[in-house]
Design a protein around this ligand. Sequence first.
Ligand SMILES: [Zn+2]
Ligand SMILES: [Zn+2]
Length: 156
Amino acid sequence: MTTAPLELTDRARELLRAREVRVTQPRLRVLAELIGAAEALSHLEVQRRLEQAPAAEPIDRVTLYRVLEWLVDIDLAHRVSGPDRVFRYSARSGGHVLHGHFRCASCQRMFCLEEAPGMDRLIGAMLPAGFTGEQVELTVSGRCGHCAAAGAGGTA
Ligand SMILES: [Zn+2]
Ligand SMILES: [Zn+2]
């Protein structure tokens, strides 16, 4: 039993098959969970979500960690670390188009922002002459839609 709805599992299976990698239950479960999530998820959040369904089998922490890192390696996911230094994973390939992240100061969730094609040019314009940027981490903090709607003061 997986916790993710069937179409997410199907989508995950397609993505894995397209990479010609072995489709295993943990890989399928973890990827489907990431695809279905609105925000980037920590290790622990993925584990909780996978195990919250009544019939769900527990997932081994080490297996989970390996699957998450493996998904990053084959570029089916990327990871981002927040101010708490906890890695969060999102089912979006990392390398190609630069995108920033949004961290909600109230609920601490971290969201991938839309890709911004002009952003690399903008960053390039900020670099001193002769410098080459290789990686950019851009994080906007504030309140997510949910917390902003819940009103000032927040739930933290
Ligand atoms: Zn929030
Ligand atoms: Zn992201």
